[in-house]
Design a protein. Structure first.
Length: 179
């Protein structure tokens, strides 16, 4: 029981921090301005980890690896903790367990990225209905625009209602089924 409680707390901490690190990564990748409430929160929350890593880990093709790598490593750590709490760690050799943990970390990071996209799409849809001129509308719109533009080219608005966020959420959930 204590192991499960510890695993829950570890999942909450690693998930929250990974989410913030991935949000920082995607905001930088999609050139979203950090001079807003979301950007300030994400930078203040993750600077203690990202700033020192930037000295040792340079960016690659304009991507901030100092934000992406810790998010991935946190997912690997959580996966390793989950395997050890379940008691299956003795059945694996070190050479077989490490590649499995690394691969599961990749899958978990991809899943978390898709959940981040779904959350941003939901926030954007709600803001467009309730408060389209909210200060959060611009950064959320910049974050989701690369995913919505291809859909908007194919699916026209119906009665002044943009269905592209709904279609993007459905497609993201289909991708989650394969992960």
């Amino acid at each position: 029981m204590a192991g499960q409680a510890g695993l829950f707390l570890l999942q909450a901490v690693t998930g929250f921090l990974s989410f913030a690190l991935l949000l920082r990564f995607y905001m930088q990748a999609f050139r979203v301005s950090f001079s807003n409430q979301i950007g300030t929160f994400v930078v203040d929350l993750t600077n203690w980890l990202v700033k020192p890593l930037r000295k040792a880990l340079p960016g690659l093709w304009g991507l901030d690896l100092a934000s992406l790598l810790p998010a991935y490593l946190l997912q690997v750590i959580f996966t390793a903790a989950m395997v050890s709490v379940q008691g299956n760690i003795e059945a694996w050799s070190a050479t077989g367990l490490l590649p499995l943990l690394l691969w599961q970390g990749v899958l978990a990071t991809l899943r978390l990225s898709i959940y981040l996209l779904i959350g941003a799409l939901l926030v954007q849809a709600v803001l467009s209905w309730v408060s389209p001129y909210s200060p959060l509308s611009q950064p959320v719109g910049q974050l989701t625009r690369p995913f919505l533009r291809p859909i908007q080219r194919v699916v026209p608005t119906i009665g002044a209602v943009d269905l592209s966020p709904l279609i993007a959420i459905v497609l993201a959930q289909v991708v989650l089924m394969f992960l």
